[in-house]
Design a protein around this ligand. Structure first.
Ligand SMILES: C[S@@+](CC[C@H](N)C(=O)[O-])C[C@H]1O[C@@H](n2cnc3c(N)ncnc32)[C@H](O)[C@@H]1O
Length: 210
């Protein structure tokens, strides 16, 4: 697998090095996003495309009572997530799960929070995959979409190089919003960080005042 493929689905030594980099590089994004998402009451969270487990290690400090399922297509990433979050693993609060976002092996309403940080660019069928997110969320649950870019004229040059290299797919903020509405989310709150091009969308199946 070449360098670019290691972002899409990190594996073996190169992938572990890439994930270390992502854990470091996504800290600023996650810190900013966490200032906008109150997760202190979360009890059961699903981290989709967990990668090297950096976002989870930050989030878990804010949700001390929660249990987590970390899902990824790469078994090496699951191993790394467990290592980086060995405290959660030791406390039996973390379950790693190999699989794809497209088919989640959970009953309806199993989680009160789903996190997708820097991963939807690679999902095979974003519209359908968001429906899966909705399905596994409880009616008062929330989906957190955290990303360091979206499709907009000011990011187009940067996005084009990522698109070519990493084969990432981007949508406009309105595009993500529409996909979320079609997936069954009613309340969608968006925060943007305009100088970096970051955003977090908090989507709930019902009006709950995110
Ligand atoms: C850019 S990394 C982000 C990792 C982590 N969330 C973070 O922010 O540091 C994208 C991750 O999504 C995973 N991924 C890509 N497509 C996936 C899919 N269809 N189902 C589950 N995981 C997927 C990759 O294996 C990779 O670990």
């Amino acid at each position: 697998m070449n360098f670019y493929g290691q972002v899409r689905r990190p594996a073996v030594v190169q992938g572990i090095m890439m994930a270390r980099r992502m854990n470091h590089n996504h800290r600023g994004l996650m810190k900013w996003a966490m200032g906008r998402m109150d997760i202190s009451s979360v009890k059961r969270m699903l981290d989709l495309g967990c990668g090297g487990g950096g976002p989870l290690s930050m989030l878990s400090k804010q949700a001390p009572d929660a249990k987590y399922v970390a899902l990824d297509l790469s078994r090496d990433m699951l191993r790394m997530t467990c290592k980086v979050n060995c405290d959660l693993k030791d406390e039996q609060r973390l379950s790693p799960l190999w699989g794809s976002v497209s088919s989640l092996p959970f009953k309806d309403g199993s989680f009160d929070a789903v996190l997708a940080c820097e991963t939807t660019y690679f999902w095979p069928e974003l519209g359908q995959d968001l429906k899966e997110c909705r399905r596994v969320l409880s009616d008062d649950g929330r989906l957190f979409l955290v990303q360091e870019t979206w499709d907009a004229p000011q990011w187009r040059e940067r996005n084009e190089s990522w698109q070519k290299g990493f084969r990432m797919t981007f949508h406009s903020l309105e595009g993500y919003r529409e996909l979320l509405v079609r997936a069954g989310f009613q309340e969608i709150t968006t925060f943007t960080e305009e100088s970096e091009g970051w955003f977090v969308m908090i989507a709930s199946p019902n009006e709950r005042g995110n």
